[in-house]
Each structure stands twice: as structure tokens, then as C-alpha cells.
Design a protein around this ligand. Structure first.
Ligand SMILES: Cc1cc2nc3c(=O)[nH]c(=O)nc-3n(C[C@H](O)[C@H](O)[C@H](O)COP(=O)(O)O)c2cc1C
Length: 177
């Protein structure tokens, strides 16, 4: 498939630059009565408090997007520091769905023992280049304590202790979401 890129910026350079932005790592899963799909995903962000909205960006041609479009729901599992193997497993193209890594709850399929589980109903879908931006309204949530898995410069790892921001240093900010 032909890709439209700015003539002066290669996709390799672009990936290297946006890869400087450290993120957490999630697994997004989706189900219908006869299909189950899931992928490792770092393009997660919270969007709105009223209603409670989150956003994920799913590649055209991915099985997960297909099942989200059909079932109109999806689940987000935020991975823990030690769940790197889970991230690797859900990033394998065309691999069988690893049922042994998930559990069902409230009609959603979540990664077992993830830091946070969010069950979402599709709110809006916005086509964007070779991905669809899927906004989901959060209808179920569960949070455990622990450290997150981090994605940075194409690698999976943990937070260095000096990267933690002291809790009281957020006092002066106006954090909407
Ligand atoms: C750290 C990491 C983050 C990823 N983030 C995304 C993402 O945000 N969106 C996406 O479409 N694919 C993302 N991928 C790639 C998918 O996990 C991968 O293509 C997967 O095999 C798709 O599975 P599916 O076709 O079964 O849905 C990511 C992969 C890794 C390792």
C-alpha cells in the first residue's frame, strides 16, 4: 500500500522522534459472540470527565479494529512492570489469541492481574490516516496498586525512581483529565 509522507520527513525519522515520548502500555481486547481479538497498544489517552471518555488508535487491517467495529465495545488493560511478556505476546501479528492471559468480567475480556481494567462502549470513531481513532465511554473500572510497564524509544521497561514526580508538586497545575 502506498504511504503518503511529507517529502522532507522519513517515516523512520518520524518514528524515532515520536518514540522519545514515553508512554504506558495497554492491551486492548474486543469480543463479539464468536470472535475474540486483542493487541498491545500505547496510543491510549484519557479525553473527557463528563462523559468519561478514553481514546485508542487502532491500525486499519488489525483484527482488533475489526472486532471493535462489529461489537461496539472494547476493554483496556494497563500492564504492570513485569508484564512485558504479555505485551510481546499481544503484539504478534496473526498469532492465536492467548486465552490463558485473560479473564472475563462484566462482559469484557481483560488481561489477568493488570494494573487497571477499563470496560468501554464505543462513543465515536474518527478515521485518521491509516488508523481509526476510537473514543470509548468508560462503563466499568478496576484499579490495583503497582508499577506500570513503560514504552520508550522502541523498548519496554520500567520507570527509573527519579522519574517519579513528587505528589505535592502537582498542586499548582490545573489538570482537567
Ligand atoms: C509497545 C507497542 C505499542 C503498540 N501500539 C499500537 C497502537 O497504538 N495501535 C496499533 O494499531 N498497533 C499498535 N501496536 C502493534 C499491534 O500490537 C500489533 O500490530 C498487533 O499484532 C495487532 O494485532 P491484531 O491484528 O490481532 O489486532 C503496538 C505494538 C507494540 C509492541
Amino acid at each position: 500500500m502506498a504511504r503518503e509522507t511529507s517529502p522532507s520527513i522519513s517515516s523512520t525519522e518520524f518514528r524515532a522522534s515520536v518514540g522519545e515520548f514515553a508512554t504506558g502500555v495497554t492491551v486492548v481486547t474486543a469480543t463479539t459472540t464468536d470472535r475474540l481479538a486483542g493487541m498491545t497498544l500505547n496510543s491510549f489517552t484519557s479525553v473527557s470527565l463528563d462523559p468519561l471518555l478514553v481514546l485508542v488508535s487502532l491500525a486499519h487491517g488489525s483484527r482488533t479494529l475489526d472486532v471493535v467495529l462489529e461489537g461496539r465495545t472494547f476493554a483496556v488493560s494497563m500492564l504492570r512492570r513485569w508484564q512485558r511478556d504479555v505485551a510481546d505476546r499481544f503484539a504478534r501479528r496473526a498469532a492465536d489469541f492467548p486465552r490463558y492471559l485473560v479473564e472475563e468480567s462484566d462482559g469484557f475480556v481483560f488481561v489477568v492481574d493488570a494494573l487497571v481494567h477499563l470496560g468501554c462502549h464505543v462513543h465515536q470513531i474518527i478515521p485518521a490516516g491509516d488508523h481509526d481513532l476510537v473514543l470509548g465511554e468508560v462503563v466499568t473500572m478496576r484499579r490495583r496498586s503497582g508499577d506500570p510497564l513503560i514504552f520508550h524509544r522502541g523498548r519496554l521497561g520500567g520507570l527509573a525512581i527519579d522519574a517519579h514526580v513528587a505528589a505535592d508538586s502537582l498542586g499548582g497545575w490545573d489538570l482537567d483529565v
